[in-house]
Write a protein that binds this ligand. Structure first.
Ligand code: FAD
Ligand code: NAD
Length: 447
């Protein structure tokens, strides 16, 4: 049996970055990836980058089928680049195969050619990502009209009518995108409140805009059954005890994602899992077996590529640094929902501040006031920020506006560095940009 100092299972963001880093530091690394179509992981192949390419090309007015071709060209280039990034390292080996544990430090690999082999790793890093949750809803798994985020981006023909299950990140990004491509979209979510983690005014603004774009929302909807008809699908649901249904060409399941641990053979090891199936890790991302770590979506943390990358930083610090970096020090994590007008957030929302009894000053601005929004031709939006009245530091911000996914990083930095809001207010920004809205946002508090 071949032995390695380091074995990474899965070519995700954290795993590939770790493999490259260890190899460039002179350590031998085996990286096992189950699909040659997934070199580089989900983000570049089937998640962040292809979806954003489609979102942007929808906004640019490109027809769906052409946008899918352009997206495929991009992902195939990225896949090659990512493969070589690791495989070209003298100390690294990339193996096409599916790994499962047979004991704490031994893996069996089902190779692409049908053979199997066993390898032993002094250290093993689990980076197997997540997959779309498919709940037990009658007819859902069997339906020929079912899409998930991956297959939705591979369609050669755009669905004329699309039902989206779930009004979360994927549900909203994909409904906004397909609407822009010209599909008629209906979104169902079991929550009565739209985007309930956000402040009501922000959620309301996004809801109104998406509705104005033509998306129909069915909130408080319990999906009961999926019925395949000859040329269409029927989604049966209940709202306030009333049975209703909607028909479409396809339906997209966007009901959350679960960690890829089902076929990992964890039952053969001392590696414990959480109730939702994700791998249990400590503050240093170590599993319950010494010498085995879990990075990215598989460890049950926030499911973002930049979190998987930050997981890499924690592990790298243990192996090559001072071993100080830990999960509990991770604060100030921004996020963006890439709807046609994107919504981005960092720190506390007003709702959270109120619930936690935290004193704050509130600043608000309509995106109508931003010159660059006018230049772009999209003045939709609302900006909010919360400031600590004691020391003027920023507690949180919600930006619903064009390019908010860029500007939010400025606010995240200000929160982390404890830069007072007055500095952002008086900063010289280039013009015309969305960032300069911070001059006006922080002019005067509303309460
Ligand atoms: C449609 C969509 C859009 C998204 N958009 C964004 C976004 O805009 N921004 C953002 O930050 N996040 C986004 N995300 C989330 C982001 O994609 C994930 O958080 C991120 O890709 C997780 O990376 P990871 O390192 O956990 O592993 P992944 O990138 O998921 O990689 C895991 C790899 O492991 C392989 N694998 C699994 N099991 C085995 C096995 N047994 N043996 C060998 N290999 C195995 C898989 O084939 C895969 O390549 C999006 C997700 C989706 C689905
Ligand atoms: N821009 C980004 O960073 C980005 C984009 C896409 C995905 N992601 C990541 O991928 C993850 C998965 O995205 P997602 O949209 O699948 O999940 P999500 O958790 O964001 O949203 C799932 C939605 O489905 C609803 N829901 C769940 N079960 C239901 C049921 N049975 N019937 C009706 N509604 C139901 C929930 O109320 C929720 O609104 C996200 O949490 C995020 O971390 C990130």
């Amino acid at each position: 049996m071949e032995k390695f100092t380091n074995i990474v299972i899965g070519f995700g963001k954290g795993g590939k970055t770790l493999a490259k880093t260890l190899a460039t530091n002179g350590q031998d690394v085996l990286l096992i990836e189950k699909s040659a179509q997934m070199y580089g992981g989900a983000c570049i192949n089937v998640a962040c980058l292809p979806s954003k390419r489609l979102v942007l090309n929808a906004a640019a007015g490109m027809p769906f089928s052409q946008a899918v071709v352009a997206k495929n060209e991009m992902t195939s280039q990225l896949r090659q680049k990512n493969y070589h990034m690791v495989a070209d390292e003298a100390q690294a080996t990339v193996l096409d195969g599916t790994a499962r544990f047979v004991s704490d430090h031994v893996l069996e690999i089902a190779l692409a050619d049908g053979q199997t082999m066993q390898v032993e790793g002094q250290r093993i890093f689990i980076n197997t990502g997540s997959k779309a949750t498919m709940p037990e809803i009658e007819g859902l798994k069997e339906s020929k009209y079912r899409l998930d985020s991956t297959t939705a981006m591979e369609q050669s023909e755009q669905p004329t009518r699309l039902v989206v299950l779930g009004a979360g990140y994927i549900g909203l990004e994909f409904s906004s995108m397909f609407t822009k491509f010209g599909s008629q979209v209906t979104v169902l979510d079991r929550n009565q409140e739209f985007l309930k983690r956000e402040d009501e005014d922000i959620a309301h603004a996004l809801y109104e805009d998406l509705t104005a774009d033509g998306i129909e929302f069915k909130l408080g909807a319990q999906v009961q059954a999926i019925i395949d008809h000859e040329n269409e699908v029927e989604v049966v649901y209940e709202v306030a005890g009333q049975k209703q249904s909607v028909r479409a060409d396809k339906f997209l399941v966007a009901l959350g994602r679960q960690a890829n641990t089902q076929d990992l053979g964890l039952e053969n090891t001392g590696i414990a899992t959480n109730p939702n199936g994700s791998v249990k890790v400590d503050d240093f991302l170590q599993t319950t077996v010494e010498g085995v770590w879990a990075l990215g979506d598989v460890n049950g943390g926030l499911q973002f590529t930049y979190i998987s990358l930050d997981d890499f930083r924690i592990v790298k610090d243990q192996l090559l640094g001072e071993g100080k970096r830990r999960l509990s020090d991770r604060t100030v994590v921004p996020y963006s929902v890439f709807t046609q007008t994107p919504l981005s957030n960092v720190g506390l929302t007003e709702k959270q501040a109120q619930a936690q009894g935290i004193d704050y000053q509130l600043f608000k601005l309509s995106a109508m006031a931003i010159p660059k929004a006018k230049v772009i031709g999209n003045q939709r939006g609302l900006l909010k920020a919360l400031v600590n009245p004691k020391d003027d530091t920023i507690l949180g911000a919600s930006l619903y506006m064009e390019e908010s996914y860029e500007v939010i990083n400025l606010l995240a930095l200000a929160i982390k560095a404890k830069i007072p809001y007055t500095q952002l207010r008086d900063q010289i920004y280039t013009h015309p940009t969305m960032s300069e809205a911070l001059n006006d946002l922080f002019k005067a508090p509303v309460k």
